[in-house]
Design a protein around this ligand. Structure first.
Ligand code: HEM
Length: 416
């Protein structure tokens, strides 16, 4: 059962792991070996610093080159070199503070801490810089471009195509499209997602945009409210996700009507309205995006909500390595052991990138469900839609309803 669970988590994460790889943010062993070959460069002269780190070491590390660390890892103090306690300036041992910190970094110090927990045995984690830079740099920049680009594209589409109107004569009769329970599930999902999106963006944009604009004090308040809302509303989102899945999965199984619908671009090409059941192919795409990406955001969110308790990435990388795919695609072998902190870094990136993608998809959904199409909003607003709208956009579903209701749709009520 555990294996099946890991396999499931692994599959959902595999797609994303490949995009992390493609973007080059996961250091692979192949990358490390590349860097290792550069390390064969001339020895660095450290006499000026008495053997300690030089500017050249720092510059080489900043350029991503590997520096042979033995000058530090082997320099962790020698107790026998200590001056006698009775001597003037006698020391308590042969290790100085820097020796001790180096010992910690290279796992050579005998140290116990009073804090307990899954990550308490990691005192120094020095693989976080790339994450910090990626989070403040490309993640925010490209995520922002994606959302603004989507808004721009929707505005352009609206200008070019205008609102999709009901073509035929309205009948004045209305058909029940969604029951109260279904609408409750939808609005719980929508309301929680919007809150999570806004509060998530507030957390991500704090240091770069909000603190410089509003100052530390205002942001401190905003950040703590956002964090509280984000952590707690996440449960509503997960509940609604399960509700929506259970309520609508049967109507979202792909079938051959979808092929026709896609071929006609949902009615954009060739004129007329392609037939569709309760949900057309476009809506099925939205549904499955919400389920798969929303599920993935939920799993990585749980991992962030319970720090270090639900590590996902080392297992996923091991699973991927087992398939041989990363090597076949030239990425080398993915790191199979990660510090608890690295696990959290990957979970944060995954959570944020998948959220950006889903937010962009949902912007398009909100557009078509409101200003983009006449009559669509009623489906979720009141649960009742104009019969002519239903005939144009979901003709096969109307036939089904009519058959069920014995020809004339008894659910249809005259409009006031
Ligand atoms: C203000 C925001 C929103 C509006 C106005 C809106 C509107 C609608 C409407 C009118 C429908 C029914 C379409 C039909 O009758 O065929 C619908 C369906 C649906 N909505 Fe929303 N929605 C919003 C936000 C969201 C959010 C945030 C999510 C998910 C995170 C979501 C997920 C869904 C799903 C999965 C469906 C069923 C598939 C589909 O029709 O595309 N909605 N929405």
């Amino acid at each position: 059962m555990r294996d099946i669970r890991h396999l499931f988590l692994g599959c959902i994460m595999a797609v994303f792991a490949f995009s992390l790889l493609a973007s080059g943010i996961v250091p692979t062993q192949a990358n490390a070996q590349d860097a290792g070959s550069v390390a064969a460069e001339p020895e660095i002269d450290r006499t000026a610093t008495g053997g300690a780190t030089t500017l050249e070491d720092i510059m080489r590390r900043q350029q991503g080159l590997q520096v042979d660390n033995t000058y530090r890892s082997e320099n962790v103090g020698d107790p026998s070199a200590a001056a006698g306690l009775s001597d003037q300036l006698g020391t308590l041992g042969g290790a100085s503070d820097p020796d001790l910190w180096r010992g910690m970094r290279f796992n050579a110090a005998e140290i116990t801490t009073q804090s307990r927990g899954p990550a308490s045995n990691v005192l120094i984690q020095d693989r976080g810089m790339w994450w910090l830079q990626f989070r403040e740099g490309p993640l925010l920049t490209y995520g922002g471009y994606l959302l603004l680009g989507t808004l721009g594209a929707l505005a352009l589409f609206f200008l070019l195509r205008g609102r999709v109107m009901i073509d035929g004569e309205k009948t004045g009769r209305r058909i029940e499209r969604f029951k109260n329970f279904e609408r409750f599930g939808h609005w719980l999902l929508a309301g929680s997602f919007i809150l999570l999106g806004i509060t998530g963006l507030i957390s991500l944009m704090g240091r770069k945009f909000l603190i410089p604009t509003f100052g530390h004090e205002s942001y401190a308040w905003l950040a703590s409210v956002s964090k509280w809302v984000h952590n707690n509303v996440s449960w509503a989102f997960m509940l609604a996700l399960v509700m929506v899945f259970v309520m609508w999965v049967v109507h979202n199984i792909p079938d051959k009507t979808d092929i026709k619908w896609i071929a006609k671009g949902g009615g954009l090409f060739g004129g007329g309205h392609p037939p569709a059941k309760k949900f057309n192919a476009g809506q099925k795409l939205i549904f499955w995006s919400v389920i798969v990406l929303g599920g993935s955001i939920s799993i990585s969110g749980l991992s962030l909500l319970f720090p270090f308790e639900l590590p996902l990435f080392a297992k996923t990388f091991t699973l991927l390595n087992g398939t041989g795919l990363p090597e076949m695609m030239g990425f080398g072998i993915l790191p199979e052991t990660l510090t608890p902190h690295e696990e959290m870094q990957y979970a944060q990136l995954w959570h944020a990138i998948v959220s950006f993608v889903l937010m962009a998809i949902i912007l398009a959904h909100i557009y078509i469900g409101s200003v983009g199409m006449e009559g669509a909003y009623d489906a979720m607003g009141t649960g009742m839609v104009e019969e002519q709208w239903a005939k144009e956009h979901h003709s096969l579903w109307v036939e089904e309803v009519k058959k069920r209701e014995n020809k004339a749709p008894s659910g249809a009520t005259p409009a006031e």
